[in-house]
Ligand binder design. Structure first.
Ligand SMILES: O=C(O)c1ccccc1N[C@@H]1O[C@H](COP(=O)(O)O)[C@@H](O)[C@H]1O
Length: 218
């Protein structure tokens, strides 16, 4: 099985090129004003010029209005829309119908019972993203650099398609892959030198760690 690798919160051409050259399957843009990774729809359109080949673009939004999504879709034309707020199954249905694109719905996980949330979204969302619960006081629902216990994923039905995210980095990705064997992984702050500042050396180091872990598992 091919591992999908999404580098999220990209905001410079250099970081996008590095991520793609290193083997990213997905690149994510954050449209959330409180995030240090926030980009405008117009900026995302400029950055998309760097995206080549089969690499998919992902628009990450948090409880976004139709008006804002209209603008994002008009400018970026993302391949996937990631809903990272408190969107309901009905809202996921609306977004899919209005934009005719796959939706990845994010959930915060800290214990096994948190996976109960996904029930009403099965057959509605195209893919899930499992992230850690934000630390108390954080203004961000994601991008906090914190992990959850990856062993919890072992209990998931095998037909559930998801990306694992939350606090991944070059030092822990080997353990994360070994313990959960996810279909996809998603990383943001783990390849940054400061909040919102992607570090090309850390991106390359992350991919190297992924390839090392994959070789060990083969
Ligand atoms: O990264 C952000 O700032 C962000 C803001 C709002 C919603 C989601 C956001 N990021 C998502 O969270 C995951 C995990 O981030 P990290 O690796 O723990 O830093 C990230 O990959 C984004 O999909």
């Amino acid at each position: 099985m091919t591992l999908d690798i999404k580098i999220c919160g990209l905001s410079t051409p250099e970081a996008i090129r590095t991520a793609i050259d290193a083997g990213a399957s997905h690149v994510g843009f954050i449209f959330f004003a409180k995030s240090p990774r926030n980009v405008t729809p117009a900026r995302a359109r400029e950055l998309k010029i760097e995206v080549s080949g089969a690499v998919k673009t992902v628009a990450v939004v948090v409880d976004a209005s139709d008006e804002f999504l209209d603008e994002i879709v008009a400018e970026l034309a993302p391949d996937i829309i990631q809903l990272h707020g408190k969107e309901t199954p009905e809202r996921v249905r609306q977004v899919k119908a209005r934009y005719q694109r796959p939706v990845m719905k994010a959930f915060s996980i800290s214990e096994a019972s948190d996976f109960d949330q996904i029930g009403p979204f099965r057959g509605v969302a195209d893919r899930f993203l499992f992230d850690a619960k934000p630390p108390k006081g954080s203004e961000l629902p994601g991008g906090n650099g914190v992990s959850f216990d990856w062993r919890l994923l072992a209990a998931l039905d095998r037909d559930i398609d998801y990306m694992l995210s939350g606090g991944l980095n070059a030092a822990n990705i080997g353990d994360a892959l070994r313990l959960s064997n996810p279909p996809g992984i998603d990383i943001s702050s783990g390849v940054e030198s400061a909040p919102g500042i992607k570090d090309t050396a850390l991106i390359e180091e992350f991919f190297k760690a992924v390839r090392t872990a994959q070789a060990l598992a083969a």
